[in-house]
Write a protein that binds this ligand. Structure first.
Ligand SMILES: [Zn+2]
Length: 531
C-alpha cells in the first residue's frame, strides 16, 4: 500500500496502455477482414441502432459457466456484518494485544513483536500490510517519550564505534523489536490522520550483527525531492546485516503526502521542514513532525537528511552542517570527496532540531527537485558508504578521493531584472570576480541584463534555465574563507523569495490559519534553497 507510488501506478497504466493499443489495431484489422467477402469464416457484426440505449448488457446465455462471478446466486458468499453505521469506530482493530498499549517502545521491559528478517533487496511480490505501528504511536503526548527525546540514548551509543566486547543489541522501533543481524521493513504513519486515510511510509531497518551506532537516513522530507529516495534505496538494499556494526535506519519518503502530489509541501501547504521537532498539540504539520521526530529521529545517533535544491534550482552534491560543532565537523569529514558548506540551518528544520537534541546531523544536498539524476545519486551513495566506513560500521575500509574544500562562507547572486535566465556557468565551476554567470532577457522588451560574479568562488547551486522575477536567487557561490571568519550564510529568505513563494503557492491555497497569522507568514516565507 505504501509503495503504490504514482510512479509505479504510472508504470502500470503504461503497461496497460500498450496492449490496449495493440488490441485496438488487432480489432480494426479484424474489421477489415470481416468486410472482405472472400473470408466467409469471419462473424458478421450485428447491425445496431447506436442511438438506442442498451436495455441490459445481454450476458449471452452461457453465463452460468462463469461460476465464480457474483451473478450466480448459488455461490455462498460471506455475510456482511450488520453495523450501526452512526456508531463511532472505537479503534481500528490492529492490535490484538491490548496490554501492548500500556508500554511505550521506550520501556525496555515490554515484550515487543519480533520483526521479520527480510532480504531487503528482494522485490516485494505482493505488498502486504507493513507491520502495524504500536498503539502508542497514536498517543505521542506521553511525557515519558518527550523526556526521552530531549535526551536521546546517545550518551551510551556515541557516534564512535562501540567497544568490542559490547554485544549487539536489539533495536526497539515502531512497536517492533529488530534483533541483531536482521534486516526488516517497518512502517511509520503520523498519528494525526483520519483512520484509514493516511497511508504509512516504509522504514527500512538493518540492525547489524555487531554493536555500533545507529545512523539514520531520511529523504523526501520535501515530497518533490527524488534523488534522496533513490539514494536511500541503493544504500539500504546493499547493506549486509551480518557484516554491519550498529544499525542503519532508512526512510526513503518522509513526506508521503507531498510525494504523491509531486509537491514540496504537505497537503495543507506547509513546509514540514519548518516544523521540527514538532508539537503534539500544534498544527497538522507540527504534529506530523512531532510524531516523526519522536518515533524515528530520537532513536538515531547521527542523521543524514537528503535534499535537493528548491524551485528549479540545482545543487552540486554538498554537505551542510554547523561547523562550529566538532561532532558535525567529524561527520562531514567522513563523506570523502564531497564539498562542505557551513550553515547552522533554518529554525524548524529536521537538521537543526536534531542537533539541538544532541544528535549530530548533516544535510546532503544533490541535484534539483522533480529530477532523478545519476550523478547526484551515485555521488550521494558513495558519500554515505564512505561515511559508514569512517564510522566503523562497515569493515571494508576505503578512502574516496581527496577531500573537497570546506566553504565557511557563501553568498547568493540574484537576478536584478525579470525575464528568461540562461546560464553561462556550470555547477561546480570556479568563478572569479567579474565573470559572466548568466543573462536575463526580458521576452517582451528584449532588454538583456548580465549577472556577473561579485566574488572569487565556486558555483555550489544555481537556477535551471527558466523565467525569473527580479530578485530571484540565481547563483549560490561558495567562498573559501578562513575558518575564523565563519559567518552565518545568507539564507534565501522572506522578501527575496516572496515572488517565488507566491508563484509556487497559489493564493487560494494559502495555508490554513489555525496559527496566528504572523507565525504562518514566518513559516511559509522562510524558503531557503535547502533543508
Ligand atoms: Zn529539501
Amino acid at each position: 500500500m505504501f509503495l503504490s507510488s504514482p510512479l509505479s501506478r504510472r508504470a502500470t497504466n503504461l503497461a496497460l496502455l500498450v496492449p490496449a493499443a495493440l488490441l485496438l489495431s488487432a480489432q480494426s484489422l479484424a474489421l477489415t477482414e470481416a468486410e472482405d467477402p472472400q473470408d466467409e469464416s469471419a462473424p458478421q457484426a450485428e447491425i445496431l441502432q447506436l442511438d438506442q440505449p442498451v436495455e441490459k448488457e445481454d450476458q449471452s446465455p452461457p453465463a452460468e459457466a462463469e461460476a465464480g462471478t457474483p451473478e450466480t446466486d448459488k455461490e455462498p458468499l460471506p455475510q456482511a456484518e450488520n453495523l450501526q453505521l452512526d456508531q463511532p469506530v472505537e479503534k481500528e482493530e490492529q492490535s490484538p494485544t491490548t496490554e501492548a498499549e500500556a508500554g511505550t517502545p521506550e520501556t525496555d521491559k515490554e515484550p515487543l513483536p519480533q520483526a521479520e528478517n527480510l532480504q531487503l533487496d528482494q522485490p516485494i511480490e505482493e505488498l502486504e500490510e507493513p507491520a502495524p505501528a504500536s498503539p502508542d504511536t497514536a498517543q505521542p503526548e506521553s511525557p515519558a517519550i518527550q523526556e526521552e527525546a530531549a535526551t536521546p540514548e546517545s550518551e551510551e551509543r556515541q557516534t564512535d564505534a562501540a567497544p568490542a566486547e559490547e554485544q549487539a543489541r536489539p533495536l526497539r522501533l515502531l512497536g517492533a523489536e529488530v534483533a541483531p543481524a536482521t534486516s526488516t521493513r517497518l512502517a511509520w504513519s503520523p498519528s494525526q490522520h483520519f483512520e484509514g486515510v493516511y497511508s504509512s511510509t516504509a522504514v527500512l531497518v538493518v540492525n547489524g550483527a555487531k554493536p555500533g551506532p545507529t545512523l539514520c537516513l531520511t529523504a523526501a522530507v520535501h515530497g518533490d525531492e527524488l534523488n534522496g529516495i533513490e539514494t536511500v534505496r541503493r544504500v539500504m538494499y546493499n547493506l549486509d546485516a551480518d557484516k554491519l556494526s550498529g544499525a542503519v535506519i532508512g526512510v526513503p519518503i518522509v513526506n508521503l503526502q507531498g510525494f504523491h502530489r509531486g509537491s514540496r509541501y504537505l497537503t495543507d501547504r506547509r513546509d514540514l521542514n519548518r516544523h521540527f521537532p514538532g508539537d503534539p498539540h500544534g498544527s497538522s504539520a507540527s504534529r506530523i513532525a512531532y510524531s516523526f521526530f519522536h518515533e524515528i529521529i530520537s532513536h538515531c545517533n547521527a542523521v543524514v537528511d537528503l535534499h535537493t535544491g528548491s524551485f528549479y534550482r540545482t545543487n552540486l552534491p554538498q554537505l551542510r552542517g554547523d561547523l562550529s560543532n566538532p561532532k558535525i565537523v567529524k561527520m562531514t569529514k567522513g563523506f570523502g570527496s564531497t564539498v562542505v558548506l557551513h550553515s547552522d540551518g533554518a529554525k524548524g528544520t529536521l537538521r537543526r532540531a536534531a542537533v539541538e537534541a544532541g544528535i549530530p546531523t548533516v544535510t546532503l544536498e544533490a541535484g534539483a527537485p522533480m529530477v532523478l539524476d545519476e550523478l547526484s545519486v551515485s555521488h550521494s551513495v558513495k558519500g554515505i558508504r564512505t561515511l559508514l566506513n569512517q564510522l566503523g560500521m562497515l569493515a571494508k575500509f576505503r578512502l574516496w578521493g581527496d577531500p573537497e574544500p570546506v566553504y565557511y562562507n557563501s553568498t547568493w547572486q540574484r537576478a536584478t531584472n525579470g525575464g528568461i535566465i540562461f546560464s553561462e556557468v556550470e555547477l561546480g565551476e570556479f568563478v572569479r570576480k567579474g565573470d559572466l554567470l548568466g543573462t536575463v532577457t526580458n521576452p517582451i522588451t528584449n532588454v538583456r541584463t548580465e549577472i556577473r560574479s561579485e566574488h572569487n568562488g565556486r558555483i555550489l547551486g544555481m537556477a535551471l534555465n527558466q523565467v525569473v522575477q527580479p530578485g530571484f536567487a540565481a547563483y549560490h557561490i561558495g567562498i573559501q574563507a578562513p575558518q575564523e571568519q565563519i559567518s552565518p550564510p545568507e539564507e534565501v529568505t522572506a522578501e527575496s523569495e516572496q515572488a517565488d513563494a507566491e508563484a509556487a503557492v497559489p493564493a487560494e491555497e494559502e495555508p490554513a490559519t489555525d496559527e496566528p497569522a504572523d507565525k504562518v507568514q514566518e513559516a511559509e516565507t522562510l524558503e531557503s534553497d535547502e533543508d
